[in-house]
Design a protein around this ligand. Structure first.
Ligand code: GCB
Length: 623
């Protein structure tokens, strides 16, 4: 599904803003459907409150909307200009609604979508009233069950006043819900570019590049000219100069050859990282009439991998990154440009070159930003703590990957697919389940390797054999041997070696860390203190440097970039505090340590420049 972009044939209107909101009675979640709340303004059925879009609804009010389980309703009115009545289509697109969404326009249901973090859309041409006001109504259900992705459980338990419905889940982040990303209305011509798939290749030692594109079209007029639809593809460099062009045959695909190419490089691996070209796709009729235009950014790069390494443009990559969350105060998982830009500034300040979209797909806007800034992404689907494997779950898990890959396959920043986080891979059922999930993923995209972040011990794991790259999560000195800083380095080395021995594949440590309360200082180091976090990291660094010498250890990912909200638990003080940054995106002491390491690695491995302020004057050392 293409990101909505304006062009000479397309208009985009935002429906973001303040919507009206109703929380259903948790004991009667389908009341709104039965009573047809979508047929008129919500305020005619129930008292409404204002609710920002995009945002999670949970932390907006002062009553306990936070822990609401079940359905909520949103609506708003909007104008559709008279000019849109002309010979074109209008689409309604949601960047994401968590978890299940039902959408009506002027009382008519236009789309239903299950699964958060992924976009969906519907054509609304025939239900809109042009040159007048329209109404959009959304019902959103946050309930997670054993066959949703991710999984959860709904139970009814006694409380002081009777019975209450409780949502539980094993994953360690708050189940924020609502209209999380932007809502757009956009127009397209009747015959439109529906999908564009781009792959790139570099040749002659990165001197020449190739962009292959294939386009699918919707709604071509059924007449003899159909087969003569064709594509004019133009590629422009950053300065706007045309560097290659091609006209497709009737199969609507083709190749562009780029001489003296500027490859897409990750941050700190090249002085000009994240170089993007603009690909202009023009859909033309047989008589050369311009039907539709869509433009997207393209980065030219190659990926390859074998049993010991992962390469970009033929150069071996060492990942220095983070597991992250889309999470912040008040807005929860709602898209926030200020937060996104701040996060990228911090990623670059600290010298990271990668992150994993733990534990679900991140916003399309952040994927575009990663392309621009040369940050490599391990793109994870929303399957976390996967267990109780069933056919129904498998179907939804595959669907999540299909939607993710369709959304993200053109991003140069996406270098790997992660098919799950900490799935329970110790059983034989996990073997066949993950063989199916991995093969399905490969059938959709062969150009990127597949991984999963595994916490099952290597002795029991049944999924690693289906992956291309092994990622493991482990919390030495935290969940195991708590407080024992002397039991980190060797354990990390031993486990990574064992994973490599078991599968003969490259290995990444995809999570390590320690909860740390900002400002808590205890010397000697004691759990939860800033000193402890620094020592835990430093002991891991030592292990990683030993492992790097072995030739198959390809990356280190801290857990977590920033503190984040979780469900309530006595192990969590206001949430998970393993952040290198606080939830307000300020550095803890360990951030300065990590920054020195990431830049030191960048200098050693990729010959990057070191920022001057890394060296703080202390004294003249006498040798
Ligand atoms: C993990 C999970 C992550 C948790 C983390 C922790 O293994 O993958 O979601 O937040 O541990 O801090 O417990």
């Amino acid at each position: 599904m293409l990101y909505p972009r304006e062009s000479e044939t397309r208009e985009v209107h935002s429906l973001d803003g303040i919507w009206n909101f109703v929380r259903s009675d948790p004991d009667n979640p389908t009341q709104g459907i039965r009573d047809k709340w979508f047929e008129k303004d919500l305020s005619k059925s129930q008292p409404t409150i204002p609710m920002p879009v995009p945002a999670s609804y949970n932390d907006i009010t002062t009553d306990n909307l936070r822990d609401h389980v079940g359905t909520v309703w949103y609506d708003r009115r909007f104008f559709v200009p008279r000019s849109w009545r002309t010979d074109q289509r209008v689409w309604l697109r949601f960047g994401s609604v968590h978890y299940e969404a039902y959408v009506w326009v002027n009382g008519k249901r236009v789309v239903k979508h299950e699964m958060g973090h992924l976009p969906f859309e519907a054509e609304v041409t025939d239900v809109l009233m042009y040159g007048s006001e329209n109404r959009i109504t959304v019902m959103c259900d946050n309930a997670l069950i054993q066959t949703s992705v991710p999984q959860g459980k709904i139970t009814e338990v006694p409380n002081d006043n009777g019975m209450t419905i409780v949502q539980s889940y094993t994953f360690d982040f708050f189940n924020y819900a609502g209209i999380h990303r932007s809502v757009h209305l956009y127009t397209t011509p009747k015959t439109l570019i529906e999908e564009v798939k781009v792959t790139t290749n570099l040749k002659n030692q990165n001197a020449d590049g190739e962009v292959s594109y294939s386009v699918s079209v919707k709604g071509s007029v059924v007449n003899e000219a159909d087969n003569d639809l064709h594509i004019q593809a133009n590629l422009y460099d950053k300065e706007g100069l045309l560097v290659a062009n091609a006209t497709s045959d009737g199969k609507l695909e083709g190749e562009l050859q780029v001489a003296e190419v500027k490859p897409w490089w990750p941050y700190l691996m090249h002085p000009d990282p994240g170089y993007l070209y603009q690909l202009e796709i023009k859909l033309l009729a047989a008589n050369e009439e311009l039907l539709d235009v869509y433009r997207l950014k393209v980065g030219l790069r190659t990926l390859s991998w074998d049993q010991t390494q992962f390469l970009i443009n033929g150069k071996s990559v060492y990942f220095r990154g983070f597991g992250r969350h889309e999470d912040s105060d008040i807005r929860g998982k709602g898209l926030d440009n200020a937060l996104m830009v701040r996060d990228f500034n911090l990623l670059k300040w600290i010298g990271a070159n990668a992150y994993r979209t733990s534990h679900y797909p991140y916003s399309e806007e952040s994927m575009q930003f990663a392309d621009e800034h040369g940050i490599m992404i391990i793109d994870e689907c929303p399957s976390v703590d996967t267990e109780n494997f069933s056919q129904e779950l498998l179907g939804k898990h595959k669907s999540s990957l299909e939607q993710l890959i369709h959304r993200d396959r053109n991003h140069p920043s996406v270098v790997m697919w992660s098919i799950a986080n900490e799935p329970r891979t110790g059983s034989l059922t996990a073997d066949s389940y993950f063989s199916l999930v991995a093969n399905f993923t490969r059938s959709l995209d062969k150009t990127r390797p597949i991984t999963a972040a595994i916490a099952t011990p290597y002795t029991k794991d049944q999924a690693g054999r289906h992956l291309d790259i092994i990622s493991f999560n482990r919390y030495n000195a935290w969940y195991t041997n708590t407080g024992r800083l002397d039991m980190v380095t060797q354990n990390v080395i031993d486990e990574a070696v064992a994973w490599n021995k078991a599968y003969q594949k490259p290995v990444i440590m995809s999570e390590y860390g320690a909860d740390t309360l900002e400002g808590l200082h205890i010397q000697p180091a004691y759990v939860w203190s800033e000193e402890f976090q620094m020592e835990v990291f430093s002991r891991h660094f030592k292990a990683f440097d030993e492992l790097r010498k072995k030739g198959w250890f390809i990356g280190e990912f801290v857990w977590n970039f920033a503190d984040f909200k979780t469900a309530q638990s006595y192990t969590r003080v206001g949430g998970n505090k393993k952040g290198v940054f606080t939830r307000a995106r300020q550095p803890k002491a360990v951030a300065h340590l990590l920054r020195k390491r990431y830049f030191a690695l960048g200098r050693d491995l990729d010959q990057c420049n070191i920022p001057e302020d890394i060296f703080i004057y202390i004294a003249e050392w006498k040798s």
